[in-house]
Ligand binder design. Structure first.
Ligand code: GTP
Ligand code: MG
Length: 320
């Protein structure tokens, strides 16, 4: 099967990066999967596999990236400058940044109408999207298993102005029509969220993919990390979806702007305290405390903001 570029999400901003020689002597391909030893790309020539060793800087490659391949060469020349990129801090003790996906237009933040729903965790994902300048959509799965999916929807709607929230049964295709309207031709959507929330189930039912899915654990209601690598999937009527492995705990990379954009309600009070170095604890005339006391500012939002800011400070002090 061959692919046409528009179907794969090719845009003028990538075309502009080609000079005339490259236009005639090379072709662009999109990275569909990256594995330990090889990488699968899609282009007008169909599906091709490259050994990871042929790339100059494999660590700096992400699913969704565009690469330039010479017509008669074996080694891709370069990665195109990205329009957007989703970056997180790697899990565990490793502090390096990890690329989640590149050239993403919309982020589906997937959580379920059950104990997985956690407002502060969703705020992390919203900050991730805001930092990358990618439009977020909250997808609430398992509405069929909940007595009150509207309560979850309403909680999600409060997290950001004009936020789009879709409640679905990921197992039922007819429940996905709202999501389908977002999957227009050439539009790239990455799905992120905890393990077991139904990312792969959604992908399978929006496309003809056959992503492995698995029951969540009965003991703790959590997923068992079924998906282990990121992959591109095409919809019949346009749209490109990226499945990703479940994230245990999203640690943000550099996200100053993303956090500020996500917490505008908090920011409107900062800088209005009597003392410039106010710690918002016991000082008089503290704008934050006043807003918390009179209910204008939500305590949970304030704590969530502080936690993310603290992590950013830690991150930056480590870098120095
Ligand atoms: N009833 C119901 N079950 C769902 C729904 N969405 C997902 N499931 C089930 O939840 C389980 C986990 O779904 P997956 O699609 O594997 O979850 P995932 O997010 O891809 O998980 P990881 O790959 O581990 O990150 C499967 O048994 C699905 O059938 C839903 O909306 N309703
Ligand atoms: Mg999965």
């Amino acid at each position: 099967m061959t692919f046409d570029l528009a179907q794969l999400g090719w845009k003028p901003c990538f075309q502009q990066q080609l000079n005339t020689d490259e236009e005639s002597q090379c072709y662009p391909a999109r990275i569909a999967q990256i594995h330990r030893s090889h990488c699968i790309v899609w282009s007008r020539n169909g599906t091709e596999t490259f050994e990871i060793g042929v790339f100059r800087d494999p660590k700096n490659m992400a699913v969704g990236d565009w690469i330039l391949i010479p017509n008669d060469g074996e080694r891709p020349l370069r990665i195109f400058e990205r329009e957007t990129v989703l970056i997180r801090k790697a899990a565990g003790q490793r502090r390096h940044d990890q690329l989640i996906a590149a050239n993403v237009d919309t982020l589906f933040i997937v959580t379920s109408c059950n104990q997985d729903f956690n407002a502060s965790r969703i705020e992390r994902y919203l900050a991730l999207a805001a930092e990358a300048k990618i439009k977020p959509v909250i997808v609430l799965t398992k509405m069929d298993l909940s007595d009150d999916s509207d309560a979850y929807r309403n909680k999600a709607l409060k997290l950001q102005n004009e936020l789009r929230v879709e409640c679905v049964n990921a197992k039922d295709k007819s429940s996905l029509t709202g999501l389908k309207t977002l999957c227009t031709e050439g539009h790239t959507i990455a799905l992120v969220g905890s393990s077991g929330v139904g990312k792969s189930t959604l992908i399978n039912n929006l496309t003809d993919a056959d992503q492995l899915t698995a029951e969540i654990s009965e003991e703790d209601g959590k997923g068992i990390h079924t998906t282990t690598s990121r992959s591109l999937h095409l919809l019949h009527d346009g749209g490109i979806l990226i499945d990703t492995p479940g994230i245990r705990e999203l640690q943000l990379s550099e996200s100053k702007t993303g956090i500020e954009d996500t917490f505008e309600d908090v920011l409107q009070y900062l800088g209005y305290c009597k003392f410039k170095n106010c710690q918002h604890k016991t000082e008089n005339d503290c704008a934050i405390k006043t807003a918390l006391d009179n209910g204008e500012l939500d305590q949970r939002r304030w704590e969530s903001y502080q936690k993310l800011q603290y992590e950013q400070d830690q991150r930056n002090s480590f870098k120095r």
